[in-house]
Ligand binder design. Structure first.
Ligand code: ATP
Length: 373
């Protein structure tokens, strides 16, 4: 297997820039998800790694080898797309054996690997049946097994589970993760589904409008988003981001959310230091719905709000609050007693709040994990 390095890779189609100055280092045996909304450049990035598209600028490297201009057949990549790519006129066994036959591997090795892969993919009972007789779910399993069996240098998967039904998708997710670990396979996985990316990947490359927004572990992407795009894109419901004015109070600084006059949030030392350093009068104040809690006391770091709407979704209650001019969401256990129209007092854990630049949305309080810089 191999590492993949993209350096300042760009792709333009006419005067449209699909991928803009992308830097990415995927380590050997790492599982990386490329995540972003439709049209953000995920597939184009993947195609440049595969050799299907040539970058307009920049370089692609596998380990120390330059592959920027190498044709796709010579790169040793395997790929699986949304629509299963199998030979329907062949049996399941023939499909699984195909890549190994092309590579002229010895017959006993082919037989052994085919049987192992069939067992892993729960297709053993289907081995000698025509692949055209498989269900859609089984066909995609076969497509994945068929590519994985040759243990390509890099395994590229572009939305491979999106055509499958929900229950099967979950099963396939854990199978894929297992397969990647067993084979120590370098995998790059394109998806627009954050749950898939968060559950599968060692690291996630979040893209928007052709640009890499953040490349980090799922945990870091969730708890230390680099900007308002990542903060809003990851997490469901997404992070509350409201305008806040900065006001001094004694020795401290306060963030006045929306037009709240009396009730403000006192910034902690780290937040205050950034604001002072940049002499900011206004910021975007971010807090996840999960850190919103209710309190009976009108102490510090609390403010009043009205419950506008309560939605019960599975085991959770998603509560829509309004406080002055700001609207925000909170997430609670299903058992929480809270109903629309109620006046409540909100408490926020300031240490878990984020300050973003009011103009360009970059996180001002980002603490980088040294392992993932
Ligand atoms: P999706 O999730 O919808 O597949 P994506 O993030 O994979 O989206 P890409 O397929 O990489 O996005 O496309 C990025 C942008 O580049 C889109 O606006 C697309 O229309 C454009 N694009 C891609 N390929 C071409 C092409 N061959 N010619 C012109 N424009 C293209």
């Amino acid at each position: 297997m191999a590492s993949v390095t993209l350096q300042q890779v760009s792709k333009t189609f006419g005067d449209f820039t699909a991928v803009d100055s992308m830097d990415l280092l995927v380590n050997d045996a790492e599982f990386v998800a490329i995540l972003g909304p439709s049209g953000c450049g995920k597939t184009t990035t993947m195609n440049m790694i595969a050799g299907i598209e040539k970058p307009t600028a920049g370089t692609v490297q596998f380990d120390a080898q330059q592959v920027t201009n190498m044709p796709v057949q010579k790169r040793g990549v395997g790929f699986v797309f949304q629509n299963y790519a199998i030979f329907t006129h062949m049996s399941v066994r023939e499909n699984l054996a195909f890549g190994l036959e092309v590579a002229r591997r010895p017959q006993p090795e082919i037989r052994k690997k085919v049987e192992e892969m069939a067992e892993f993919m729960a297709l053993s009972h289907r081995l000698d049946q025509p692949s055209a007789s498989l269900s859609v779910n089984e066909m995609q399993k076969l497509a994945i097994g068929r590519s994985a069996i040759v243990e390509p240098r890099i395994f590229l998967l572009d939305e491979p589970l999106s055509n499958l039904d929900a229950a099967f998708r979950e099963r396939m997710r854990s199978d894929l993760r297992q397969l990647q670990r067993d084979l120590k396979q370098t995998m790059i996985y394109v998806t627009h589904d954050q749950i898939e990316a968060m559950g599968l990947a060692d690291r996630i490359a979040v893209m928007n409008e052709g640009r890499l927004q953040q490349f980090d572990s799922p945990e870091a992407i969730y708890s230390r988003p680099a900007n308002t795009f990542v903060a809003k894109f990851i997490g469901a419901p997404s992070m509350n981001i409201v305008r806040a004015r900065i006001h001094p109070k004694g020795q401290k600084l306060q963030a006045r959310l929306g037009d709240l006059e009396a009730d403000s949030i006192t910034l902690n030392q780290r937040q205050a230091a950034v604001v002072k350093d940049k002499n900011l009068e206004e910021v975007l104040f971010g807090f996840r719905p999960e850190i919103v809690s209710l309190t009976d006391s009108a102490g510090p770091q609390t403010f009043g709000a009205e419950v506008a709407l309560v939605e019960t979704v599975g085991r959770r209650k998603i509560v829509h609050f309004r406080s002055g001019m700001i609207d925000f969401l909170g997430v609670f256990d299903r058992g929480e007693r809270i109903s629309a129209g109620e006046a409540v007092r909100i408490k926020l854990d300031t240490g878990k709040c984020h300050l973003f630049d009011f103009v360009d949305g970059t996180c001002l309080t980002l603490e980088r994990d040294p392992a993932h810089v």
